[in-house]
Design a binder for this molecule. Sequence first.
Ligand code: FES
Ligand code: FES
Length: 153
Amino acid sequence: MTYRFTVNGEEVALDVPGMRRLLDALREDLGLTGTKEGCGEGECGACSVLVDGEVVDSCLVPVCQVAGAAVLTVEGLAPAGGLDRLQQAFLETGGAQCGICTPGMLIAARAFLDQGGEPIDEDIREAIAGNLCRCTGYTKIIDAIALAAQRPG
Ligand code: FES
Ligand code: FES
């Protein structure tokens, strides 16, 4: 069966088994390797993408569930040739170290900002509660999201 949806604003049509993981479809079928696999079990958030504006773990979502939906991956955050304000802020604060968690953090943070999130420590912690980072101790990530939240979108 062919599943049609959009990824980063572009229409895609995939002829794959309906239970194929969205994570695999993105990385292997569409070549969008920015989305990472950590645990593969819905625990780490490394595979986070937005589906119709909601953060989901793409390792848990089958392709059949996104038919007709709009998927946003980390590749879709930045304007052509530039950086999204979140990416810029991560760069400035050192919020990205090994980088495995970073795409998922950026996606969770994007949903937070899109929902009008403000630079409030507790709110940011809650927004990224589903995303694990083994490198930064979270402080720099939270600083980055707070910095981005203070800038015009
Ligand atoms: S790889 Fe999907 S939540 Fe960890
Ligand atoms: S930067 Fe390494 S896991 Fe977050």
